[in-house]
Design a protein around this ligand. Sequence first.
Ligand SMILES: NC(=O)c1ccc[n+]([C@@H]2O[C@H](COP(=O)([O-])OP(=O)(O)OC[C@H]3O[C@@H](n4cnc5c(N)ncnc54)[C@H](OP(=O)(O)O)[C@@H]3O)[C@@H](O)[C@H]2O)c1
Length: 170
Amino acid sequence: MQLDKGETVIVSAAAGGVGSLAVQLARRAGATVIGLASQHNHECLQTHGVIPVAYGDGVTDRIKAAAPSGIDAFIDTHGGGYVELALALGVAVERIDTIADFAAAAKYGVKTEPGTNARPGAEVLAELAALIADGHLEVPIANVYPLTQVRQAYTELERRHTHGKIVLRP
Ligand SMILES: NC(=O)c1ccc[n+]([C@@H]2O[C@H](COP(=O)([O-])OP(=O)(O)OC[C@H]3O[C@@H](n4cnc5c(N)ncnc54)[C@H](OP(=O)(O)O)[C@@H]3O)[C@@H](O)[C@H]2O)c1
C-alpha cells in the first residue's frame, strides 16, 4: 500500500503480528495512523505514534471521531467485515488492502497485497532487517516456543489476541 505524507490510514488488528509492523511502516511514511485494537494494547500503540481505537460495537462512530477529516486508506490484517467497514467509511476501493478476507476482496475488487504469489524479495527483506537492526522498527515478540511445542504455539495464535509475533525455535 502506497501512503503519502499527511494521509490518514486505518490498520485493523493493529497490535497483531502483521499489524504491529504495518502501523510503524505507515508512520514512517508520514501517515496519520489509526490502529484498531482492544484497550490493553492502546498504550503500546500510542508509544508508536498511533491513534488507538477500540474495535467492536460503535467502532464506526469512534473512527469518525478520531478522523473527522476522513480516511484515505484501510489496511485490513484481521478479516471478518473490515473491508465492508472501509467501504462504508468512504475509502476508495483501490486504497483498501486486506491480507485476510479474500472473499470480500473478490467481491468488491479491493487489493490483497502482497498476495500469495508476490512475496517481498531479498531487497525488501534486507531493508526491513536494517530498520530493525538500527532500532527504527520494533518487532514485538509475544512468545517463544521450542519446535516440539508447535501445537501450543498455534493454539495461542488461533486465539487471535497475540501482541506481535510468535517465534518457533528449532
Ligand atoms: N496474505 C498474506 O500475505 C498474509 C501474511 C501473514 C498473515 N496473513 C493473515 O493475516 C491475518 C493476521 O495475521 P497476524 O499474524 O497478524 O494475526 P494475529 O497476530 O493473530 O492477530 C492478532 C490480533 O488480532 C486482534 N484482533 C482480534 N480480534 C479482532 C477484531 N475483531 N478486530 C480487530 N482486531 C482484532 C488482536 O487485538 P487485541 O489483542 O487488541 O484484541 C490481536 O492483536 C491472519 O488471518 C493471517 O492468516 C496473511
